[in-house]
Design a protein around this ligand. Structure first.
Ligand code: NAP
Length: 351
């Protein structure tokens, strides 16, 4: 089998984790890495046995061996480098959030479409069999009629202005970093309740706490209301210990997902718990799967091999809806980034 040849943009934390995923995948191989500095590209290439190391992102995009790129840069750089990758004819897996806001995401989607390349926002949990099982249970009516979804993703780090998460210029804050997961889950569940791939909320109301120095959110919560009656409560944080889990409540029972997002990097068995109405104890459902990021790389490659320009588990329309909900959540906090100011989307098109 011919393996998909990946180029990695950026040599940060998740770029290393995803590279291990490619190595563990059934379908991919590491072809090249690009960094702002040659030294960092060389170090990364040695660590992950990558054949070619480029001292700039431009040089990586010009590498004819590279078929698909993985973009693991801070969020404000996603739009520019995704568009440049599309123009270079590379298929694109870009980290979440795809861009800073929906307007940028629409520009990126247009570029991918115009250049005929596959585009996926890297929500790895969407490709995991556990998520497919949850969708199946909700869709099959195992919970009865779904009414309420609760989901959160949070961790606690102390304030450090040197770190991406606390830098407004680098898109810091918890809504964009991790709040995007529970929003995407709520939209997935609201859709699954009606046998659709996703649904978009009719209203998003939110609140959150902004760090006094950083000006980005440290924790936040939102309520999403969907036209089919589903209501979701979502929460996130970068400075708060929360239970990062999901619960789906229906008329006939409820489902508890203790680990919805970061499932095992090495593969293994995960557990979800189905509490049936009147049941004495919850039913344990076991799901066996391969390595989290390897599964994602394989889903991407499978879509490409099938001639698709998007990945069914996370389509472009799904991404656009997610970005719109995040825009509304941020608006409730008055959280505005440079990318939200009047001109960036137009500037991107002309770059
Ligand atoms: N799906 C997941 O599981 C997951 C997990 C974590 C993060 N993420 C996403 O991945 C992206 C990167 O996150 P990360 O935690 O890996 O970040 P990180 O460790 O800070 O790495 C970001 C990399 O981007 C490059 N970069 C370019 N311009 C930069 C700048 N001005 N400042 C800092 N770095 C710059 C650097 O690589 P070079 O120096 O080599 O150019 C840097 O190593 C984010 O969008 C985040 O949301 C996803």
């Amino acid at each position: 089998m011919t393996r998909l040849r990946w180029g990695i943009l950026g040599t940060g934390r998740i770029a290393g984790i995803f590279s291990r995923g490619i190595i563990a995948s059934q379908s991919g191989q590491l072809a090249a890495v690009g960094s702002r500095t040659q030294a960092s590209a060389d170090r990364f290439a040695r660590e992950f046995s990558v054949p070619r190391a480029h001292g700039s992102y431009e040089s990586l995009l010009a590498d004819r061996e590279v078929q698909a790129v993985y973009i693991g840069l801070p969020h404000p750089l996603h739009a520019e480098w995704t568009i440049r990758a599309a123009r270079a004819g590379k298929h694109i897996l870009c980290e979440k959030p795809l861009t800073m806001n929906r307007a940028e995401a629409a520009t990126v989607a247009g570029a991918a479409h115009d250049h005929g390349v596959l585009l996926m926002e890297a929500f790895m949990y969407r490709c995991h069999p556990q998520t497919a099982k949850i969708v199946e249970l909700v869709g099959s009516g195992a919970l009865g009629r779904v009414g309420l979804v609760q989901a959160s993703f949070s961790f606690q780090r102390d304030f450090n202005p040197e770190v991406r998460l606390w830098s407004k210029a680098l898109g810091g804050g918890s809504i964009l970093d991790v709040g995007c997961y529970p929003v995407s889950f709520a939209r997935l569940m609201a859709g699954a309740a009606d046998g659709r791939p996703f649904a978009d909320p009719v209203t998003v109301t939110g609140a959150g706490h902004l760090h006094p120095q950083a000006g980005v959110d440290v924790y936040a919560a939102a309520t999403l209301k969907f036209a089919n009656g589903v209501v979701a409560q979502v929460a996130c944080g970068t400075g708060l210990v929360q239970d990062s889990s999901a619960r789906i409540y229906g008329t006939e029972g409820w489902l508890h997902v203790p680990v919805p997002w970061v499932l095992s990097f090495d593969g293994g068995t995960s557990k979800i718990f189905l509490h049936r109405k009147g049941g004495a104890a919850p039913e344990e459902i076991l799901i066996a799967a391969g390595p989290l990021y390897g599964i994602e790389a394989d889903a991407f490659a499978a879509a490409l091999a099938a001639g698709r320009r998007e990945v069914p588990q996370m389509t472009v329309a799904d991404t656009l809806g997610n970005m719109a909900a995040l825009d509304q959540w941020r608006a409730a906090l008055g959280l505005v980034y440079d990318a939200d100011l009047p001109h960036p989307a137009a500037a991107l098109r002309s770059r």
